[in-house]
Design a protein around this ligand. Structure first.
Ligand SMILES: *[C@@H]1O[C@H](CO)[C@@H](O)[C@H](O)[C@H]1NC(C)=O
Ligand SMILES: *[C@@H]1O[C@H](CO)[C@@H](O)[C@H](O)[C@H]1NC(C)=O
Ligand SMILES: *[C@@H]1O[C@H](CO)[C@@H](O)[C@H](O)[C@H]1NC(C)=O
Length: 377
């Protein structure tokens, strides 16, 4: 049986289930419902990062928590709608979209999505939101069933955006991740907004590892937008990295200088998360006001240690996450490394990454190029 056929049967069988077992379903759902409805004002958390820095992974750490309504790259439709504009200009519609979505108002998406924002499948990454793949948003799943992206994509695609908004309101935490904020000062008004309780989790990664990862990932469309104000010619990895590195330094500078961000900003390095996943997940959850359950602890261990990834869909996680972080050391051309080190010297100093002075230093894995003593506090 083809997998599509199988899923058709699964969605189909649940159609019967919907009609005949509605009462039972209700009972099951309410007894098994594990996410706590917001008692106070919901917590809003934005993961700010850059491309190929591990923000999808951090996003999943939030997405798997039952109290979290998570959205993956809500700015993507804005950038796709205005591909000829600059990241500087697009900050403003993005900021307003983030504000709306944090308060569970989906209406801006009617304008940004290609088909008028009727159903969730117009959001390219809707299945990255567990809350849209489980009851009450999607009745294709039994409340006790786990999170299955593939099945979600096929069976939960017709959920309306209005239902998405209603679902969002039942969660105590709304978390989004974006690589499209290059200037944190744009978001300052949101910290003064009485409807929001906003926190920023800033994820950084060794620029050399980012550049290495970018070599096998086409980001031309995004880089054109990033570099628009610098001239549209010669879109190269090292030019994009130069601007992105400066923006990461700048984000940290704004966070430190702004009164409203005190206690609301946390920086974390991808390498620390890879080396000590559990310890850092605890820190992140603590910052977000989330409780780490035994089940989540086991899940974090599984996804960072297992040989076989149990995550279907396109988000695959590193099997042995600390080894992956070092791959650039042996696989990357030293001249390119030097170029990135030059373009990103400010970010490397600030975030505790030591330059390799030669090919030999780069390849010598016993020499640690990530400063272990680093801390922003
Ligand atoms: C979603 O709606 C389309 C169009 O009405 C329909 O063809 C499709 O079977 C529906 N899918 C599911 C899973 O309900
Ligand atoms: C683009 O690259 C070419 C060849 O390297 C160079 O001659 C040209 O000046 C560059 N243009 C810009 C705008 O940097
Ligand atoms: C972790 O992996 C074990 C062994 O494969 C599995 O039994 C368990 O269900 C997994 N736990 C979670 C929470 O993913």
């Amino acid at each position: 049986m083809s997998s599509l056929h199988k899923y058709f049967l699964i969605c189909g069988s649940l159609f019967l289930f919907n009609l005949s077992q509605f009462v039972l379903y209700k009972t099951l759902f309410f007894t098994h419902s594990s996410h706590s409805a917001p008692k106070n004002k919901p917590v809003h958390l934005l993961v700010v990062s850059s491309w190929r820095s591990g923000s999808s992974f951090i996003g999943q750490i939030f997405n798997h928590h039952n109290d979290v309504f998570y959205l993956f790259e809500p700015g993507h439709p804005v950038w796709m709608k205005f591909q000829n504009e600059s990241s500087e200009l697009l900050h403003f519609p993005l900021r307003d979209l983030l504000r709306s979505l944090f308060t569970c108002d989906v209406s801006p998406l009617y304008q940004y999505l290609p088909k008028g924002g009727k159903i969730v499948s117009e959001l390219s990454f809707f299945a990255e939101t567990q809350a849209l793949c489980t009851p009450p948003a999607c009745s294709a799943f039994m409340p006790t069933e786990g999170y299955d992206r593939l099945k979600c994509q096929l069976c939960c695609m017709n959920t309306s955006l209005d239902q998405m908004g209603e679902t969002c309101k039942t969660y105590s935490h709304v978390v989004m991740k974006t690589v499209r904020i290059l200037d944190l000062s744009i978001l300052l008004p949101l910290f003064r907004d009485p409807a929001l309780d906003l926190r920023i989790l800033h994820l950084v990664r060794d620029p050399r590892a980012v550049a290495f990862s970018r070599q096998s990932f086409d980001l031309t469309t995004d880089d054109r937008i990033v570099l628009k104000n610098e001239g549209n010619e010669n879109i190269t990895i090292s030019r994009a990295m130069e601007k992105i590195c400066k923006s990461q330094v700048d984000i940290n500078r704004v966070a430190k200088a702004s009164e409203v961000l005190q206690g609301r900003y946390m920086a974390i390095r991808n390498e620390d998360l890879s080396n000590e996943p559990l310890k850092n997940v605890k820190k992140i959850y603590n910052f977000a006001g989330l409780h780490l359950t035994k089940d989540l602890e086991q899940w974090v261990y599984n996804i960072t240690h297992k040989e076989v990834s149990d995550e279907n869909g396109f988000m695959t996680f590193s099997r042995d996450s600390s080894k992956v972080a070092q791959k650039w050391r042996t696989a990357m051309n030293f001249h390119f490394v030097e170029q990135i080190q030059q373009n990103c010297i400010g970010a490397m100093n600030l975030f505790g990454y030591k330059p390799a002075k030669s090919q030999i230093e780069q390849n010598n894995l016993t020499l640690d190029l990530v400063n272990k003593e680093w801390s922003l506090e």
